[in-house]
Design a protein around this ligand. Structure first.
Ligand code: PLP
Length: 392
């Protein structure tokens, strides 16, 4: 038996274990000091009422012979796909139900989609980035070429026409930088992909945080994208489903490469290797798109947005350069006084008891930067803002 040796090429990530270790050492040494966590990448508000009611109803259906459901369609129930198509329709994007695939979340789909591609492809991945894009390619035996996201380009790298590409990862609003591509910038990526005959893998996990109506929430709202882009989305950050698990991927029918339809290939992949998301969870996800569901999930997103605004105001007041915080739950700040990411982490923890995430953990261009998140509660976020004001 031979193992997949590509796993040995993966770099160990000690980011979150190092953070946990440093925080527990600090709290053990200073039990009297209160630590505020602004490193949280998970939601903290509970599922909204409309979702809970829909799931309770679905649980009850499962308990009666007449309404019990066994295996569902691998690609998801029509009632959820119709709700998603309606949501895209509000943005002027028309989707066929066959283009929507329901899954247990964006992370699985982002990794699993690689089943469709040959090892020999040039893969462009932004740096800094959500680490899953890089690691899933390494596991599959691919090397990646990095797109430099820097303060100079506002952490929104644009295509270089001289650079060859086959697969391009874009994430907007971005994790970790919170930066959001404009329509014009996404159009440049779409045009470039069409010329290169490349495929864009667009991660829209944070689309619901966009409040500026001029910013695109979906790459499929850009002309030409249906010929070159797959979109991944999730209920995790939109509706608090991080522990409930549901997401969806849109694979347009027009996507053909070497004469093969990616939509047909993904359907084949999913029906072979995946048996669908639970009926109960899909019923909960569909409730997100009802009028009450929309009102309730938007209220939760607003709650996080207010936290982001409090942190953004503080950084502005202190003249600290940052991206994000407006159309995203993340703020990506430059470390003051040329401190490196870990030195700033130690400084914030020991001086004012704030925990964030060192930017260097997301790629080499993250060095000298720091991620704060808006997922804590109002009270703690306000308290953290006062502490930041005092120490920056
Ligand atoms: N994509 C990005 C950019 C993320 O930050 C995350 C989670 O943090 C995911 C995808 C994963 O989402 P899901 O919970 O749907 O697997």
């Amino acid at each position: 038996m031979k193992i997949n040796h590509n796993y040995q090429k993966l770099e160990q990530s000690y980011l979150f274990s190092n953070i946990a270790h440093k925080v527990s050492a600090f709290t053990a040494a200073h039990p009297e000091k209160e630590v505020i966590r602004l490193g949280i990448g998970d939601v903290t508000l509970p599922l909204c009422d409309a979702v809970i009611k829909a799931m309770q109803q679905a649980v009850s259906e499962m308990g009666h012979k007449e309404t019990f459901r066994g295996y569902g369609p691998e690609q998801g129930y029509d009632f959820l796909k119709e709700a998603i198509a309606g949501y895209y329709g509000e943005q002027g994007i028309s989707l066929d139900l066959h283009e929507i695939f329901i899954s247990d979340g964006a992370k699985s789909d982002v990794g699993n989609i690689l089943d469709l591609f040959d090892t020999d492809n040039t893969v462009l991945v932004p740096d800094p980035v959500y680490p899953v894009y890089v690691d899933t390619n390494i596991m599959a035996g691919r090397t990646v070429t990095y797109l430099n996201a820097t303060a100079q380009n506002g952490f929104l790298p644009l295509p270089d026409p001289a650079q060859k590409a086959d697969i391009i990862y874009l994430c907007s609003p971005n994790n970790p930088t919170g930066a959001v591509y404009t329509r014009e910038q996404l159009k440049q990526w779409v045009d470039y992909a069409l010329v290169q005959k490349a495929l864009i893998l667009f991660d829209a996990a944070y689309e619901a945080f966009i409040k500026d109506p001029s910013l695109p929430r979906s790459i499929l709202s850009i002309e030409g994208a249906r010929k070159c882009a797959i979109e991944f989305c999730s209920f995790s950050k939109t509706a608090g489903f991080t522990g409930t698990r549901c997401g969806y991927t849109v694979v347009p029918q027009e996507l053909t490469f070497e004469g093969a339809s990616l939509n047909a290939m993904w359907l084949r992949r999913q029906t072979t290797k995946f048996n669908g998301v639970s009926y109960i969870v899909q019923k909960g996800a569909a409730a997100v798109f009802t009028p009450e569901g929309q009102k309730q999930v938007k209220a939760n997103i607003d709650y996080y947005r207010q936290n982001a605004a409090v942190l953004a105001d503080t950084l502005r007041e202190k003249n600290i350069w940052f991206t994000g915080g407006e159309n995203s739950p993340y703020l990506w700040m430059q470390c003051p006084n040329q401190m490196d990411s870990w030195a700033f982490f130690d400084y914030l923890l020991t001086e004012v008891g704030i925990v964030g995430t060192p930017g260097s953990g997301f790629g080499k261009n993250g060095e000298g930067f720091f991620r704060l998140t808006a997922f804590n509660d109002h009270e703690n976020t306000k308290k953290a803002a006062e502490r930041l004001r005092a120490c920056l």
